[in-house]
Structures are given as structure tokens and as C-alpha cells.
Design a protein around this ligand. Structure first.
Ligand SMILES: *Cc1c(COP(=O)(O)O)cnc(C)c1O
Length: 478
């Protein structure tokens, strides 16, 4: 039964609040400013609580089940981070307060800048960008300013491999560059011959998602970055997939000049539905003067010890105030509670879990580049032998019947019928087995009873939608 609106269950005179008596002298409000009526639902407290709890149960979430949404890193977010982010010393702090009165918050931000620089192998970090894509734009603007300072403003092309995340070409275009796509080779790496052929005096740089959207680590990373540097370009690293290499290697040491971290993914903040996020950006020494202003500086013994500083050649501000501070607190708590060994274990387990799942399902679902060890995710195909009409979408919808959130579908675009699976490091072997068993069972159903897949989901509050109609005639109620 659809959940009624609170307005529909409203009864005149019923209420759920008791307004305390006035404790200050009453001041009359001029009549023209007074409302004659206020149309609010009149409901009891328990009606309101049950209404919202029932609605919340319609949502699938990381706290209710396995969520293998490739590229999104839907891992479990430790509750201790939430406790830290809700400390009133942080939440009551006004963003315009004098640095002297915000030393704790500044120390936390400085600590996070320092830890991220150490983890990524960078000289400096900005915490301002509000999302991964925003970090990309920030990084590309830094790259553009650097090239201009070097007298290289005629370099207007950025090379983007076809295995990059879709936000990469969008960011290069937003920053005013021409995007040139570089194909992948047969092993899923950047095609070196095509890269060499594309490099010339117009090349501003390369934007590399590594591990890429196929879940593969670039096997010629240092060669790729050297080629770009030799041609006079800079290398942007999309670090959203950093949970695969955390504590194992440092991009700043492998030729990446500037990279964003997705703090809400790798460093655990509940995300989805539009945020909040943080796309902190790390840069090598030559690019540090260009970081967005302000950054936090530490002068031991100074007054105040932590202060805002403006990098010498800053590209300016990219976000009001100081980034999404709550996400920064969670990231700080995450790094400090795991420590260096814990962070490395995150990457090792993320990679182990993905390879375990890949090995369990690859006989039933084709896995392009399945001969390679994957990193934190892999891309299978929703193509099943003996079931020619079954598509990735059918497999995904049938997974809902079996109690799982579907993997990412139809992305990356270079794999037809893509099912992009990222189990994350926080899942147990038992959960992975249940998910693999469900996928194997679906592959059998696809052959014996394909209608079961075509009509799925059967038990969800909303059944299969007409995708085209749903996009054109947006109607949120049944
Ligand atoms: C998620 C993701 C992004 C974009 O991050 P947002 O925070 O969603 O803007 C960029 N690149 C890759 C590889 C990603 O997985």
C-alpha cells in the first residue's frame, strides 16, 4: 500500500508538539505581517515517527545490506566517525570565526592536509573542493595556470583514456580544454602507440583514472607519465579509486602531478543522493603555490599556531568557507583510527574481495580482461549463455528480488552490458558468497525461466519502470 502523505492523515485539532510558554516580553506583531492561516498537517508524534520510519525502510542503504555499486565505494562507514563529526565543538563553530577561536578545527584540517599529502606522496593538499568532480576541475585549473606561467598557454589539449571516469572529459571541457580520447589496448591499459601519436606541442596534459574504470592498474604507469612529461604536459590523476592502492603505492612518486582524493568514498563518509562530499586535491611541489586559497598553515609556537594562508600564485577560492568540514572530520577520524597498517589492510582487503567475487562468477558471466588480477572492482557482462534476450538490466533487477542492491550498470561504456561490481573491503566472506550464489542462481534462471528476470523486481515497492517514459514524464508518485 502506498504511504499516505502526512496531509492525508491530518485531523483537525490533533497535534504532536507542546510549545513552551513565552519567557520574554511579548511584542505585538503588526497585523499585515500576521498569517490568517497556516496549512500544516495536524498529526500526533507517533504518526510522524511511523511515517518517516516506514519511508526510510523503502530505501536500501549500506547499513541495511550489501551495496556493490561499482565506482561508488559504498563501504560501511564506521559510526565512530559520525560521533566525531557531531561533536558540538565542531558543529557549533561559525565558519567566519577568528582563527584564534578555531584552533582545534584548524589543527584537524592541518592534520588531514598533512596525512593526505603523506599518503598520496604529494607536497601539499587543499581540502576545499566539495566532490570528486570538483577536485578534478580544481586540479585542471591549477594545471592551466601553471602552463600559462611557463609560457605554455598554447597547449590546449588534454588526453583522456577511454577507460577514464566520465567526469574526466567533463572537467577538461569545463576548464576550457579540448579533450582527446586515447583508446585502451588489448590488456585494458593505455595504448602506448596511440598515446605517443597523440602527444605534441598542443598537449597540456593527460588525465588518468588509475586504477581505471575496468578496475585495472595501469601496467605502464611510469612510462605513461614520463611520455607526457617529456612532451611538456602535466599528469592529472583521478584518485577516486584510491581505496585499491591506499598504503601500497604513492601516486605523487609515480609521475602524477595533481590528484583528487574522494574523501567520501575512500575515507568513509555516507554518500549518495548528492552528497555531501569532499574532493581534496594533492599536488607536487611545483604546483603547491597554485592551490586554492586559503590553506591551513602551522607555525609551532606562533600566535595563533594554526592560521589561514594564501598560496603565492593561488587560483583563488573554489568553495565558500572551508570545504565540507563534516566530511573532513570523518576522514581525519578514519585515518587516525586505522593508522598506516590499517589503511594498507583496507586496500588489500578491497582487492582480495573483488578478486574473490570475480573468480566465483566468471564462469557464468563474461569478465573482459578476466585474465588479469583486478583491483578493488571488476566489470562483468550481463550476457548469459543460452539466454540471448537477457540483458545486464534484467540481472540487476532480479538481484533486487534476492535482497541485494544491483551493481553499476552500463558503465564503463567501453564494455557492452556492463555490470561493474565493487564489493569494498568491509564485507565478510559469507556476504560475498551469498551475493555470488545469487548471481549464479540468476544465470540459471535466465536459461530456465527468463520471464522471471524480465519482470523483476517482483517484491520491490516500485516495479520495473519504462526507462524512457520515466525520464521524460517525471512523476514521483504511483
Ligand atoms: C566517483 C568518481 C568520480 C567523481 O566523484 P564525485 O564525488 O561523484 O564527483 C570521479 N572519478 C571516479 C573514478 C569516480 O569513481
Amino acid at each position: 500500500m502506498p504511504e499516505p502523505l502526512l496531509f492525508e492523515v491530518s485531523r483537525p485539532g490533533r497535534d504532536g508538539v507542546t510549545v513552551p510558554g513565552c519567557t520574554v516580553p511579548e511584542t505585538p506583531i503588526p497585523a499585515e505581517w500576521l498569517r490568517s492561516s497556516l496549512d500544516l498537517p495536524e498529526v500526533s508524534e507517533v504518526d510522524v515517527v511511523r511515517h518517516y520510519v516506514r519511508l526510510s525502510h523503502l530505501n536500501y542503504s549500506v547499513d541495511s545490506g550489501f551495496y556493490p555499486l561499482g565506482s561508488c565505494t559504498m563501504k560501511y562507514n564506521p559510526k565512530v566517525n559520525e560521533a566525531a563529526a557531531r561533536l558540538t565543538g565542531f558543529t557549533d563553530l561559525h565558519p567566519l570565526v577568528d582563527a584564534r577561536d578555531a584552533q582545534g578545527a584548524l589543527a584537524l584540517m592541518h592534520g588531514l592536509q598533512t596525512m593526505l599529502a603523506e599518503i598520496g606522496g604529494f607536497a601539499a593538499v587543499s581540502l576545499q573542493p566539495a566532490a570528486g568532480a570538483h577536485g578534478e576541475l580544481t586540479g585542471i585549473l591549477i594545471l592551466r595556470r601553471r602552463l600559462a606561467d611557463l609560457g605554455q598557454a598554447h597547449r590546449t589539449r588534454i588526453l583522456v583514456p577511454d577507460s577514464a571516469h566520465g567526469t574526466n572529459p567533463a572537467s577538461t571541457a569545463m576548464a576550457g580544454f579540448e579533450t582527446v580520447e586515447i583508446p585502451s589496448d588489448a590488456r585494458g591499459n593505455v595504448d602506448l602507440a596511440r598515446l605517443k601519436a597523440a602527444l605534441d606541442e598542443r598537449t597540456a596534459g593527460l588525465m588518468l583514472t588509475n586504477p581505471n574504470t575496468l578496475g585495472l592498474f595501469e601496467e605502464h604507469l611510469e612510462e605513461v607519465t614520463s611520455l607526457v612529461h617529456e612532451a611538456g604536459g602535466l599528469v592529472y590523476g583521478d584518485g577516486a579509486n584510491f581505496n585499491a592502492i591506499l598504503g601500497v603505492c604513492r601516486p605523487g612518486e609515480l609521475g602524477i602531478d595533481v590528484m583528487h582524493f574522494n574523501l567520501h568514498k575512500t575515507f568513509s563518509t555516507p554518500h549518495g543522493g548528492g552528497g555531501p562530499g569532499s574532493g581534496a586535491v594533492g599536488v607536487v611541489k611545483a604546483l603547491a603555490p597554485y592551490l586554492p586559497a586559503p590553506v591551513v598553515e602551522h607555525r609551532p609556537g606562533g600566535d595563533p599556531e594554526y592560521r589561514w594562508a594564501v598560496p603565492a600564485k593561488t587560483i583563488g577560492r573554489v568553495k565558500s568557507f572551508h570545504g565540507n568540514f563534516g566530511v573532513l572530520v570523518r576522514a581525519y577520524a578514519y585515518v587516525r583510527s586505522l593508522g598506516a597498517d590499517g589503511l594498507r589492510a583496507v586496500a588489500e582487503n578491497a582487492v582480495l574481495n573483488a578478486n574473490y567475487l570475480r573468480a566465483r562468477i566468471r564462469d557464468a558471466y563474461p569478465v573482459p580482461h578476466g585474465e588479469r588480477t583486478c583491483m578493488h572492482e571488476f566489470v562483468a557482462q550481463g550476457r548469459i549463455d543460452g539466454a540471448p534476450d537477457v540483458r545486464a538490466l534484467d540481472v540487476a533487477k532480479r538481484l533486487i528480488d534476492k535482497g541485494f542492491h544491483p551493481p553499476t550498470n552500463y558503465f564503463p561504456l567501453i564494455v557492452p552490458e556492463a555490470l561493474m561490481i565493487e564489493p569494498t573491503e568491509t564485507e565478510s566472506r559469507e556476504t560475498l558468497d551469498r551475493f555470488a550464489d545469487a548471481l549464479l542462481e540468476i544465470a540459471r534462471e535466465a536459461v530456465t525461466d527468463p520471464a522471471l528476470l524480465h519482470d523483476a523486481p517482483h517484491d520491490a515497492p516500485v516495479r520495473r519502470l519504462d526507462e524512457v517514459k520515466a525520464a521524460r514524464e517525471l512523476k514521483v508518485t504511483a
